[in-house]
Design a protein around this ligand. Structure first.
Ligand SMILES: Nc1ncnc2c1ncn2[C@@H]1O[C@H](COP(=O)(O)OP(=O)(O)OP(=O)(O)O)[C@@H](O)[C@H]1O
Length: 625
């Protein structure tokens, strides 16, 4: 037996566990589970795409992919549990604890105890009841090296595969890197490796610095390449580690189409690098005078929930119209063809643009989104093109980098392009044709290299006809035009609902009642995904502690909307009732019953929709309790 397992068995015995004991598989109660999921929301959100990808590689092998928190409590699991007998299915569900203290030697608990990837096969498990399992687990650490969770693949021990452990380790590393990249907002993030082809892969080192060049953190491979501990790195700066001042880095990204950086590390090793400058105040990048003079403490960063991990594959949930869109987009990826996305509000235009970027060869470059409708007309120009020192009254002293330049090497997404002021359209066209941008108040043009994706919910041809949109710009933008279907036309509504619910409920397993799904199918969804997402978020909160989302969890305004439509239908059937000779009382009774059905039996909502008091409803339907 490997030493790590032997030590773990000794620990298990010291916890007073008996190998023949029946394990306690009871999960946390619902409120505690909701709390657990909320506390691990970021981990969960960053882990789910990696878990889905991992699962696709082991699908049909009678295995499950499991995510736990730092204490070994399952936060999310997915996969076939058909390999488990009914009694054991519960063991791998959200809310069950797999710490060593509770289950003895097992991959999850032992990986946490030893802080290392661990395989526990069959009778290596301490409890005999778990001998039917083979489990491969890898801890997931934050940027300070603290274990914040575990990724695990568990299955029937007869289905053991020696490559599973490697897949789990790679996926855990992927999650760590995703979390790391999302953690540092106002920072310079350097991706580096001695071999240029390893940049952008799981092997790359990642290190983040404050805009002034002070070291903040590095990922696992970054620490390894730098050859210093996290604690030792804290007294370092960008220039002490990589041999060039941070101002030289800004210069590199300010002027030319930026190639890879060629850097010499403090230990003499040469590495290649690519930096992302995610700076809250873009101004600093233009001045070049950014070196730090003192060492103020760095506030602990807060990782942001990933809005944008998806690739095109995640968007393809079975709707044929959308599948066609994705097919077309896939054909032009990386071909420098501008893409114009049409679609009603909330149909996912920005999400599609982000997915296109994520799947394109520019994925490691910036994705910069600008909503042309939400920026005041007077500010769009400086927002897009940037400005030099004191270019206009009220301008920031040190100037600002425009969005076009921020997107250099990546993708610029211009949302609501139809709302771009007419005068600016000519300037944008010039940038697109000449690939040069001139900040306001500056005589110097800067070369830019951006992939352009635009979106609109206007009919641009109509706007051209009205003289609101330039025809020449239109032809420059519409390399590939795709139209996202509105939600009411989508055939994959049920899949979409389940996917959003899984994301919004942080892993709690809700089903949606047939009645609610039926209503969803009839609804027009004027706000499309935005409306559906908000509605499901509220419904999931209302249904906390239950398994199914039903009519009673629907928000009142939604029921009111539905009610209005249903009442319109009721009028139609009233005509039929008249034709059938029904009297007023019968018709009234039918209308109330139908409306009550439409509101899921909610008397208050029904009363409100029909404009009567609740008492009236009870009076008219004496059988109602
Ligand atoms: N396929 C999808 N699955 C789940 N959520 C989605 C999907 N598409 C869009 N959403 C969500 O719906 C909301 C609106 O999406 P997005 O901003 O991409 O739409 P849009 O068409 O760009 O909207 P607008 O025209 O108003 O700018 C976002 O919260 C997004 O995450």
């Amino acid at each position: 037996m490997p030493a790590i397992i032997e030590t773990s068995h000794l620990r298990s015995a010291s916890y007073g566990l008996c190998p023949g004991a029946r394990p306690d598989f009871s999960p946390l109660n619902r409120p505690d589970l909701s709390l657990l999921i909320e506390q691990n929301r970021l981990l969960h959100a960053h882990a789910v795409p990696a878990m889905e990808t991992l699962y696709q590689q082991i699908v049909n092998t009678h295995n499950m992919v499991i995510l736990t928190d730092a204490k070994g409590v399952i936060v999310h699991s997915l996969g076939d549990d058909d390999f488990l007998e009914k009694a054991n299915q519960v063991a791998l569900r959200a809310g069950v604890t797999w710490s060593e203290e509770s289950k003895g030697t097992n991959a999850i608990g032992t990986a946490i105890a030893e802080k290392t990837a661990t395989l526990v096969h069959a009778d290596q498990h301490y409890l005999a009841a778990n001998h039917f399992l083979t489990c491969s687990a890898a801890p997931i650490s934050d940027y300070q090296g603290n274990v914040i969770g575990v990724l695990d693949v568990s299955g029937d021990q007869r289905s053991f595969h020696k490559h599973t452990m490697a897949l789990v380790r790679m996926s855990a590393l992927m999650i760590e890197n995703q979390l790391f990249s999302a953690t540092f907002e106002n920072a310079i993030t350097l991706h580096f490796h001695a071999r240029p082809e390893f940049i952008g892969t799981l092997m790359e080192g990642i290190a983040s610095f404050t805009p002034g060049g002070r070291f903040i953190a590095a990922n696992r491979n970054g620490l390894f390449q730098l050859g210093l501990s996290f604690a030792a790195l804290h007294s370092h700066t960008f220039s002490s580690l990589f041999g060039i001042p941070v101002s030289a880095l800004y210069d590199h990204y300010r002027t030319a189409v930026p190639g890879l950086l060629n850097l010499c590390m403090h230990n003499g090793v040469r590495v290649y690098g690519r930096a992302e400058l995610r700076l809250a105040n873009g101004a600093q990048a233009l001045t070049g005078n950014n070196e730090i003079t003192s060492m103020p403490p760095v506030a602990p960063p807060v990782p942001k929930a990933p809005q944008r991990l998806s690739g095109l594959r995640y968007l393809n949930t079975g709707d044929p119209q959308l599948e066609l869109v994705i097919d077309k987009v896939n054909k032009v990826l990386g071909r420098d063809i501008p893409i114009l996305i049409m679609g009603e509000t909330g149909t996912g235009k920005e999400l599609l643009a982000q997915a296109i970027h994520n799947d394109s060869p520019r994925a490691m470059g910036p994705f910069v989104a600008v909503n042309c409708a939400s920026i005041p007309e007077t500010l769009i120009e400086s927002e897009l093109f940037g400005y030099e020192d004191g270019a206009f009254t009220g301008a920031r002293k040190k100037g600002a980098v425009g969005k076009i330049l921020q997107a250099n090497g990546g993708t610029l997404f211009l949302d609501e392009i139809g709302d771009m002021p007419y005068g600016l359209q000519a300037r944008l066209l010039r940038v697109l044709q000449e690939r040069m941008v001139t900040p306001l108040g500056s005589g110097k043009s800067i070369t830019v290299n951006v992939e352009l994706i635009c979106a609109t919910n206007h009919n641009l041809r109509e706007r051209i006809a009205k003289g609101l949109f330039r025809e020449d710009l239109y032809y420059r933008l519409n390399g590939l035009v795709v139209k996202l279907p509105p939600l009411r036309e989508r055939t994959d509504l049920e899949t979409v609902v389940n996917k959003i619910l899984a994301a919004e409920s942080g892993g709690a397993r809700f089903t949606v009642s047939a009645e609610v799904l039926q209503l969803f199918r009839q609804h027009k969804w004027p706000g499309n995904f935005r409306q559906l997402t908000n509605l499901l978020r509220t419904a999931a909160i209302m249904a906390a502690g239950e398994d199914e989302i039903g009519m009673r969890h629907m928000p009142d305004d939604f029921l009111d909307d539905i009610g209005t439509v249903q009442e319109r239908h009721a009028v139609v059937s009233t005509e039929r009732m008249i034709a059938a000779g029904a009297n007023l009382e019968e018709m009234e009774h039918t209308v109330i019953v139908k409306s009550l059905e439409a509101h899921g039996g909610n008397v208050s909502a029904t009363a409100r929709a029909l404009g009567v008091s609740r008492n009236t409803i009870y009076r008219k339907l004496p059988g109602l309790k």
